[in-house]
Design a protein around this ligand. Structure first.
Ligand code: NAI
Length: 254
């Protein structure tokens, strides 16, 4: 690790995978990694704008970038896509497990399918990605997993009714902490817990108003304001950090 702090933040030569990379936080994270010099694999599910974005990042930053279509709730697709990435990029330094979704309804109004959908993306999706990336990390002898959880893992954020979503995030936070121990010999694992950000997920008037009313900063975060945290966790500036859960919420959970 370089002693110069700005050097520590450079990602030149590293390979970073980001899922949920077509939109919102994931796209901002993929941009941050490319801007810091990393090669990036953008995983997307339905929004194939990720393909053009990968091409644009490659030419703007003179890095290797590619887009992969994968449903993270499908273990086979995740496993096969991890293999493809290793084949294309030769290694994985950092995996950002970011894809997620929420259904905002009281539990008494949720169908079984709605419950299962949230579990399959937010819980199964993280477990599959962590597990198959973890095999690569173990084989390589190095690796770095960053999980996007939520402040909803810490608090029940009234008035948004998201009982299942909240619980899925509590799962992934504690899962990530557990992996920090399990993988202590070869990989770091950290968790980011965002508050209200101005993405598709955070676009509802309820979220916008709640951020305005209740966060210390009195507004939602812009995705450009989360890039630095992921860069820090991905970089050699954070080599002593593992098992941490970092809130970035404009002072909502106080
Ligand atoms: P977003 O809706 O813009 O992005 C979510 C991404 O996940 C999309 O790219 C979507 O295609 C992908 N995704 C959904 N289901 C998938 C599947 N089955 N397979 C692969 N990809 C799938 O929302 P945002 O805000 O960027 O969300 C990113 C992460 O941040 C999520 O895990 C979310 O729970 C978390 N988060 C967001 C907050 C916010 O206020 N925006 C607050 C706290 C956490």
């Amino acid at each position: 690790t370089p002693t110069n702090v700005l050097e520590q933040f450079r990602l030149g030569g590293k390979v970073v995978v980001v899922n949920g990379a077509a939109d919102g936080i994931g796209l901002a994270v993929a941009e941050a990694m490319a801007e810091a010099g990393a090669h990036v694999a953008l995983w997307y599910n339905s929004n194939d704008a990720a393909i053009g974005k990968a091409q644009q990042l490659a030419s703007t930053h003179n890095i290797q970038a590619a887009a992969y279509k994968v449903d993270v709730s499908d273990a086979t697709q995740v496993s096969q896509t991890i293999d493809k990435v290793v084949n294309d990029f030769e290694k994985i330094d950092v995996f950002v497990a970011n894809a997620g979704m929420a259904i905002s309804k009281p539990i008494l109004e949720q169908t079984l399918e709605e419950y299962q959908k949230q579990m399959s993306v937010n819980v199964d999706g993280i477990v599959h990605c962590a597990k198959y990336a973890g095999h690569v990390f173990q084989r390589q002898g190095f690796g770095n997993l960053i999980i996007t959880s939520s402040m909803s893992a810490h608090i029940v954020n009234v008035p948004v009714d998201q009982p299942v979503y909240n619980a899925t995030k509590a799962f992934v936070t504690h899962f990530g902490k557990s992996l920090a121990r399990e993988w202590r010999d070869f990989a770091r694992v950290n968790i980011v817990s965002p508050g209200f950000f101005d993405t598709k997920m955070g676009a509802s008037p309820l979220c916008v108003n709640e951020a305005y009313r209740m966060s210390a900063l009195g507004r939602q975060g812009h995705v450009k304001e989360i890039k630095g945290l992921y860069l820090y966790l991905a970089s050699d500036a954070s080599t002593y950090m593992t098992g941490s859960d970092v809130l970035i919420d404009g002072g909502y959970v106080l």
